[in-house]
Design a protein around this ligand. Structure first.
Ligand code: AMP
Length: 228
């Protein structure tokens, strides 16, 4: 019975911000490889608790779509699956995090240098490391879709949209991220940078680890417990 419940497909929306949630003043970082569910869980935290999702990848993709100055500079890095230079990313994120009290960072920081920069701007409350093996990463990315308008994440197996290719919430068009085709490169880049970052946050005593190889409902339950 319990197992069956955990296998339920979660449907958007889940927007149910409670009064308890309004007392949560948290600055959270989600760490994990591509496909570990960072974007999905950041979205759930936003829907359930009003904790704003800030995803540097989403911001960069929007800049690229808009062909802005930042977007033109960032495109060649994003399309190759390598990190965009700090000069671009740090100035882009600085103003956002200063203005918002409660947020989950998805995709930032990615290096110790970025983490040190962040520490100068804000105090981080919790860093949650979602561990996920390569096999799961590759399978999830192969089935991932994202809304081009509101950035919600879908999955052809676990979180299917009600209407094919259409976001349940904003009715935006779902698309396959072009860099999802180069997932192996992105995984290697991630593996190179993550160890020193984990050591950095361990020393600061803010690090929590969650096993991301399970059904997303179970992973999210653990994340919820950590932030309450
Ligand atoms: P994501 O959506 O987090 O998987 O990010 C997609 C791509 O955006 C990455 O492969 C990088 O090219 C770029 N990117 C996102 N966040 C950062 C960051 N904090 N530092 C450098 N590059 C980033």
């Amino acid at each position: 019975m319990v197992r069956k419940r955990s296998r339920e497909v979660r449907k958007y929306p889940r927007i149910q911000i409670t009064s308890e949630a309004f007392n949560l003043k948290m600055k959270i970082i989600l760490l994990g490889p591509p496909g570990s569910g960072k974007g999905l869980f950041a979205q759930f935290l936003q829907d359930d608790f009003g904790i704003k999702k800030i995803a540097t990848g989403d911001i960069l993709r929007k800049e690229i779509r808009n062909k802005s100055k930042i977007g033109k500079k960032a495109e060649k890095y994003v399309s190759k699956g390598i990190y965009v230079p700090d000069k671009i990313v740090l100035s882009m994120i600085k103003n956002k995090i200063r203005r918002i009290k409660n947020f989950t960072l998805d995709g930032f920081p990615r290096t110790v240098k970025q983490a040190k920069f962040l520490d100068k701007v804000i105090k981080v409350d919790k860093v949650i490391h979602i561990t996920t093996n390569d096999k799961n990463v590759i399978k999830r990315i192969a089935n991932r879709l994202q809304c081009g308008k509101c950035n919600r994440i879908y999955n052809l197996i676990t979180i299917k949209p009600r209407r094919k290719g259409i976001c349940d919430i904003c009715k935006g068009k779902l698309y396959i991220r072009s860099d999802d085709k180069i997932v192996k490169t992105r995984l290697n880049v991630y593996k190179r940078e993550i160890k020193p970052l984990i050591i950095y946050y361990k020393k600061k005593d803010v690090l929590e680890k969650v096993n991301g190889n399970r059904h997303f409902n179970l992973v999210y339950n653990d994340i919820r417990k950590l932030i309450k």
